[in-house]
Design a protein around this ligand. Sequence first.
Ligand SMILES: *Cc1c(COP(=O)(O)O)cnc(C)c1O
Length: 393
Amino acid sequence: MKVEVDERGYYGSFGGAYIPEMLYPNIEELRLQYMSIIQDRDFQKDFRKLLHDYVGRPTPLFFAERLSEKYKANIYLKREDLNHTGAHKVNNTVGQILLARRLGKQKIIAETGAGQHGVATATVCALMGMECIVYMGEVDMARQKPNVERMRILGAEVRPAKSGSKTLKDATNEAMRHWINNPTDTHYIIGSVVGPHPYPDMVARFQSVISEEMKWQFKEATGNENPNHIVACVGGGSNAAGSYFHYYENDEVNLIAVEAAGKGNATGESAATTVLGTPGILHGSRTLLMQTIDGQVVEPYSISAGLDYPGIGPIHAYLFESGRGKFISVTDEEAMKAGVLMSKLEGIIPAIESAHALAALDYMQYDRDDVIALNLSGRGDKDLETYIKWGGY
Ligand SMILES: *Cc1c(COP(=O)(O)O)cnc(C)c1O
């Protein structure tokens, strides 16, 4: 099935750009230029060089022999955990900072929840010698002290968002406000396939390097560039969109998206948007989100900071609605157990986000000979405290 954004920024009925009038010039500048910049040869040369020399790509495709034995399938891990800064997020920030330079911007702003996207942004700003301001909810700053300090070491300014619940959505509002007031010299780096068009498409394109590599790596490893299943966790959905991108039209490849069910979908403490969400507007696009009947965004919950988001990107709402993607949700407990299992069987401590993807195998149907690609979006170093607190190892 073709999965493409249309001229107005929609995937089916999802997407678009629902933005305040004041933001229109910024978004319009980006919309008119992003494709020609990304497709420019010199841009691609610079992007590829940094992905190779700085990020450490291509990331390996690793046959996980002991996990395969355990699950009775052929499981390959796409090792995004080995990227510089420990996750897939840097693929996008490298792309966007190069794009910002070509747009003639000197300053970068970003919003961050747990701090991972803030760190990935501060990293590339240091690399390029660009000024960096990261908005972060005051509550999140207290919860994620190490990442706040990482950003500061890297030379970024971390600005607390003090309104509302003092978390991600408030940081996003502050970043938008900053951008409205500084449209000419500033680029806003969004961290997932969310936000107004063209962000979801742009971020998906930068992350699509994941499936681009998978195609030749699977060809080398198995003789067939297509696995039977691709499994990835979904917060906003950028690592999933990146690992699906070059496979949308291979309808025989099952695309499995894994959401966080927190303490269980019936408990009111979950982040499983396709189970609990309805269509509405979130962060500038029409998508599925968790909301009350009068449209108030519901606070999501997951043990994993990266999946603790009340919506999904419009592309995933479309994959869900069309049936091209299959959605599974797994609880904190199931993810933590899967994380420990991967650690003990493969010597890889995964990010808790990525552990959700592994836990989903228990709910999947597959044959003994099937090839399963599991996108290992990040490493578990940042989650050590959560593993310790959980303690079930
Ligand atoms: C941020 C993050 C995620 C979730 O973000 P997506 O945009 O859904 O990919 C998943 N895994 C890791 C390791 C992360 O840091």
